[in-house]
Design a protein around this ligand. Sequence first.
Ligand SMILES: [Cu+2]
Length: 121
Amino acid sequence: MKGWNGLAALALVAMAAGPAAAGTYQITASKYEFSPTEITVDEGEAVVLEMRSTDVEHGLEIKELKIASKIPKSGEAVRVEFVAKKSGTFSFKCSEYCGSGHSRMKGRLVVRPRTTAEEKP
Ligand SMILES: [Cu+2]
């Protein structure tokens, strides 16, 4: 019983840990979609987007966050790192013309607000 409580406490600590939990998110770009189309991160999180194309050159642009990166056709991974400073929903889209369905290539980055009491300013 005692050991169980200890485990629960540990789990809680892990969940509430630090201001800059980093997360790496894989995104695959292909004609004509991103996979996944929605990525959810936490406010304050150091985010790494690791992107690959399965076919032609694509790009990922999040205008509001001033993020833009080409995703080469070689299939090589490109990384974009940023801190999700502001909560909200930010749409992203393909920034390189890749064919007839190009304008359909869209997705969303959801930044969840921090709600832990001790982390409020
Ligand atoms: Cu594209």
